[in-house]
Design a protein around this ligand. Structure first.
Ligand code: G6P
Length: 370
């Protein structure tokens, strides 16, 4: 990964376009024909410890926290291990009841975020865990030093303050961790082989999602005069809607909020009018039909929808309903692939608004003080 801008205008755009390579690099050497190879560094009995895990607690901040939220959907859908996720700044100041055979996972691009480090110290000082594991992008970081186990993301250096390629490689690492847990717990071999097969397709699917760049650049014009935006998703796409809203806030300074689409009727519908664009991620998952009826609720109240949808989802363009076709993706990989258009949308809105894309006001790349 070259450290200069090359042909790109901003590091953020360069890093968005590096994702086919960074995802491939994070998978490199870790997949066998039908299973995931042991790819954890640290204590030598890592796999034995994974076999004993009864619970997972994930801790992170910012974009890394959103990766953790997706990880919970994946781990609980594919293993019998309960998984909790919390932002580090809350977890560190809260009493924690002792837990049995806990795998304590921190996720961090930098490995230096003060709250995440403090949460790790807290679990070590209090009742401890079966193992502490960090998913991290910087090999010589404090989190790596302080954890029993490390699962490295291979995103290369990330310069833009708004995290992009670090996030998608964290999601890849969470897929690897999920499969390692499945293997340690004796899950169905056919199911594991299918996931490994799908993971191999990921870099090419990301390339296809990037083909939407020019279309999204035009679409961004619809957002530059807006003051608010709503992002909707369901299931494991809800954290992706959260990440899309965070990106838009961070670099374009437009207030954006994410909602799980099923919660619309409990409040946000009151805000819907033609002045608030509503961005939705709609892969062809089990919840698609439910999501479609949520979209109708919005449209019948005059809301303007921008829907990133699987080309097999059969969502038709209509008045106030803009459909952007995405490649068909295996359900488990949808959160990763659907992140790309939301990154591009926030990037182009910010560029057209003329903000400092790589260094948004008041924000730091790595927050090493409380
Ligand atoms: C800062 C950055 C975010 C990042 C968060 C957590 O707020 O601006 O992009 O997601 O810290 O950082 P970490 O290095 O722990 O992933």
């Amino acid at each position: 990964f070259a450290a200069d801008l090359g042909e790109y205008r901003h590091f953020m755009l360069k890093e968005i376009f590096e994702q086919p390579q960074s995802v491939a690099a994070t998978l490199e050497g870790r997949l066998a024909a039908d299973h995931v190879l042991p790819c954890l560094h640290g204590v030598s009995d890592a796999l034995e410890r994974l076999a004993q895990v009864d619970e997972v607690q994930i801790i992170a901040c910012g974009t890394s926290y959103h990766a953790g939220l997706v990880g919970r959907y994946w781990i609980e859908a594919n293993t019998d291990i309960p998984c909790q996720v919390e932002v580090a700044s809350e977890y560190r100041y809260r009493r924690q009841p002792p837990r049995k055979n806990l795998l304590f996972v921190t996720i961090s691009q930098s490995g230096e975020t003060a709250d995440t480090l403090a949460a790790l110290e807290k679990i070590k000082e209090n009742h401890g865990s079966l193992a502490t594991l960090t998913i991290c992008n910087v090999a010589e970081s404090s989190l790596i030093r302080e954890s029993d186990l490390a699962l490295m993301t291979v995103a290369g250096p990330e310069i833009g303050v708004a995290s992009t390629k670090a996030f998608t490689t964290q999601l890849v690492a969470l897929q690897l961790l999920m499969v390692l847990l499945m293997q340690a717990k004796g899950a169905d071999a056919g199911k594991i082989a299918k996931i490994v097969d799908d993971l191999r397709k990921l870099p090419a699917l990301i390339e296809q999602a990037l083909d939407l760049n020019a279309t999204i650049e035009k679409l961004a014009e619809h957002f530059i005069e807006k003051h608010h935006a709503l992002f909707l998703g369901r299931g494991e796409l809800y954290p992706i809607a959260m990440e899309g809203a965070l990106k838009l806030k961070e670099i374009s300074y437009i207030h954006a909020e994410a909602y799980p689409a099923g919660e619309l009727k409990h409040g946000p519908l009151a805000l819907v009018d033609s002045e608030m664009p509503i961005v939705t991620v709609a892969p062809n998952t089990a919840l698609l039909e439910k999501l479609k009826s949520n979209l109708e609720e919005v449209r019948s109240r005059g809301g303007v929808l921008y829907v990133f949808a699987d080309r097999e989802a059969h969502i038709q363009e209509a008045d106030n309903l803009h459909v952007l076709e995405m490649p068909h993706v295996p359900e488990l990989l949808a959160p990763i692939v659907y992140t790309l258009p939301l990154q591009l949308l926030s990037y182009h809105v910010a560029v057209q608004k003329g903000t400092d894309v790589d260094k948004p006001r008041n924000l730091a790349k790595s927050v090493t003080v409380e």
